[in-house]
Design a binder for this molecule. Structure first.
Ligand SMILES: [Zn+2]
Length: 77
């Protein structure tokens, strides 16, 4: 397994053209939280998306969540 590193970034990165929202880099693969700016970096994009915990289209109290959020932000909203 590859390690995932987490960094808090104050500036939102733009999405990559043609990629799913929240994927902000491919080299290296990076996914960013819309709530707090947390960026997860891993060696493999698919594994990163599945395991980093920054998810979108999760079911929230107000219906479907359209932002991509880390577990802390999902719990706070
Ligand atoms: Zn967050």
């Amino acid at each position: 397994m590859t390690a995932i590193t987490l960094d808090r970034v104050l500036v939102p990165f733009p999405d990559l053209p043609g990629k799913v929202h929240g994927i902000v880099s491919l080299e290296p693969p990076r996914v960013q939280c819309d709530g707090c700016g947390l960026v997860a970096t891993g060696a493999n994009l698919n594994l990163l998306i599945l395991t980093c915990g920054i998810k979108f289209n999760t079911r929230g109290g107000q219906g479907w969540e359209k932002r991509r959020l880390c577990s802390g932000c999902r719990g706070a909203s």
